[in-house]
Design a protein around this ligand. Structure first.
Ligand code: PSV
Ligand code: MN
Ligand code: MN
Length: 424
C-alpha cells in the first residue's frame, strides 16, 4: 500500500496553524535555525529489514498481523515510513533472511520508494537448513577450519549481494564466545577470528567499509570474542583503513559511558556507525529514546562535536541505523517513534553552544558546562524537527497520519492476520 501525498498534505493543513506558532516560538531562541533545519533534512536513518515484524522473546511471540512476507513487502513498509517522515531513506538487509530473487526488480522497487541500501549484515549465529557445518560452538573462532571457512564464504557471499544492490558496507556481528570457563582458549579464539576477518576484509571492494560490531553478552554468557569496543577497535586497526567499530547502544555492560566510547572512537577515526535502540537491562532492543533519552542526547553531543572537529558530514560520515525489536508494539509505529527520538536528540545536540561549552571547560566551570548542555536538552525541539519534515514533504505528525489512514488494518487486510516476517 501507499500513502497518497494529498492525505499527508490534508493532515498537515489541519495542524499547520498550531505548528507555525510553536515553530516561531522555539526558533526565536535559535540563531542558526536554517542551518539546523538543513542538517535535519539531510539526516537519514536506515531501517533494518528484520525490525518490521514482531520480534518476540524466547518465551513467546505475539504477532500483530500484516507483517511483510517478503523482501518486497519489507521495502514497501519502509517506503511507508519514509513517505511519512522523510528520514528513513535506507534499508539494511540481513542475509540469508533477505536474499533477493531478482536484483534489478529489488533495486527498482527500492528506488521507487526513495530508498538506498545501507550496510549488509551477515549471519553466522544461526544454522540454516541444509548448511554443512554448525555454528553451535562459534563461527570465525571455531576450532574446526571447515566451520571457519564456511563463515568466511558466507560473508563474502553477503558482500556479493551487496555489490549487486549498490550497498557499500558490511556489518559483521559474531555471536562467538563461550558460556563456561575453560570452554575456550581466549587467545587462540581471538587469533582465529582475526584471521577470518582478514579473509573477509580482502573481499571488500575499494569503496566499501567493514563494521565490526561488538557485544558484551548473549548468546554467550561467559565470554564474547568481540565483546567490547576495545576488542572491536583492535580488529579494526589490524584489518586496515576500511574497517571500523560499530556501536550498538544495547551491547554494553550496565552503566557503560557510551558517549565517552563514541568520542574516543571518533577521535581515532575508527567509529563506523550505530545501531540505535534503548535498554534498561541488557540488549533490550527497545524503542530509541524510550528509557534514557538524556544518554542519547549526550551521545549526539559527542558525535556533533567530534564530527565537526574532523570536518565530517553528519549525514554521510557514519552509518546510522536502528536495531530494535518490537514485541508488543506495532513495529511501524515503534520505528516512527525511534526515528523521531533520534532526530530530536540530534537537533538538541545541534543547539549546544559549543564555543561557550569549550570556554566553560577551559575555565573548569562545571556548573556552566552543565547549564549549557541541559539548556539544549531541555529545549523542546519537536517543532524544529517537524518543520524539517514538512519542508521535505513529510507529515507534521507521522503517527497521526499512520493511525488516521488505518495503515496496519489495511496491511492485515492485504497480507493476513498471520503474516510473519523473517528475522529474530
Ligand atoms: C545482535 O544482538 C544484533 O544487534 C546484531 O546487530 C545482529 O545482526 C542483530 O542484532 C540481529 O537481530
Ligand atoms: Mn546490532
Ligand atoms: Mn543486539
Amino acid at each position: 500500500m501507499q500513502i497518497e501525498k494529498y492525505k499527508i498534505a490534508d493532515n498537515n493543513d489541519k495542524q499547520i496553524a498550531a505548528h507555525k506558532r510553536a515553530f516561531g516560538f522555539v526558533s526565536e531562541g535559535v540563531n542558526n535555525v536554517e542551518e539546523v533545519l538543513q542538517k535535519l533534512k539531510d539526516f537519514q536513518v536506515a531501517i533494518p529489514s528484520w525490525a518490521l515484524g514482531t520480534g518476540g522473546t524466547r518465551f513467546g511471540r505475539f504477532s500483530g498481523g500484516g507483517e511483510p512476507r517478503s523482501l518486497e513487502e519489507k521495502i514497501e513498509d519502509i517506503g511507508l515510513l519514509h513517505a511519512l517522515n522523510q528520514s528513513s531513506g535506507a534499508i539494511s538487509l540481513h542475509i540469508p533472511w533477505d536474499i533477493p530473487e531478482n536484483y534489478a526488480n529489488i533495486k527498482a522497487l527500492a528506488a521507487q520508494n526513495g530508498l538506498r541500501f545501507d550496510a549488509m549484515n551477515s549471519n553466522t549465529f544461526q544454522d540454516q537448513p541444509g548448511q554443512e557445518h554448525s555454528y553451535k560452538f562459534g563461527s570465525l573462532q571455531h576450532v574446526d577450519k571447515a566451520v571457519r571457512q564456511q563463515a568466511i564464504d558466507h560473508n563474502i557471499e553477503v558482500i556479493r549481494h551487496g555489490i549487486e544492490l549498490g550497498s557499500d558496507s558490511l556489518t559483521v556481528w559474531l555471536s562467538d564466545g563461550s558460556s563456561f570457563p575453560g570452554q575456550l582458549n581466549f587467545r587462540k579464539a581471538h587469533q582465529r577470528t582475526l584471521e577470518g576477518l582478514q579473509e573477509i576484509y580482502k573481499a571488500l571492494p575499494d569503496n566499501w567499509k567493514m563494521f565490526v560490531e561488538y557485544k558484551a553478552f548473549e548468546p554467550n554468557f561467559y565470554s564474547m570474542t568481540v565483546g567490547d569496543w576495545g576488542q572491536s577497535f583492535l580488529y579494526a586497526n589490524k584489518l586496515g583503513d576500511k574497517a571500523y567499530t560499530l556501536v550498538d547502544l544495547g551491547h554494553h555492560l550496565p552503566n557503560a559511558n557510551i558517549e565517552q566510547i563514541v568520542a574516543l572512537l571518533l577521535g581515532e577515526g575508527k567509529l563506523g556507525g550505530f545501531h540505535f535502540n534503548d535498554s534498561k537491562y541488557g540488549d533490550d532492543d527497545l524503542t530509541v529514546g524510550s528509557i534514557n533519552p538524556y544518554q542519547l542526547f549526550l551521545i549526539f553531543n559527542e558525535l556533533v562535536e567530534g564530527m565537526d572537529a574532523r570536518g565530517m558530514n553528519h549525514a554521510t560520515g557514519l552509518g546510522w541505523m536502528i536495531d530494535a525489536s518490537h514485541n508488543i508494539k506495532d513495529p511501524l509505529e515503534d520505528l516512527l517513534q525511534s526515528v523521531e527520538a533520534i532526530k530530536i536528540a540530534y537537533a538538541q545536540a545541534l543547539l549546544v553552544d559549543t564555543k561557550a561549552l569549550q570556554q566553560a571547560q577551559t575555565d573548569n566551570d562545571i556548573v556552566k558546562a552543565q547549564e549549557i548542555l541541559q539548556h539544549a536538552y531541555r529545549t523542546d525541539v519537536r517543532p524544529i524537527v517537524a518543520e524539517a519534515r514538512l519542508r521535505s514533504g513529510g507529515a507534521l505528525s507521522p503517527l497521526s497520519v499512520y493511525r488516521g489512514e488505518k495503515v496496519r488494518e489495511q496491511l492485515i487486510k492485504s497480507r493476513g492476520q498471520k503474516a510473519v516476517s523473517t528475522g529474530l
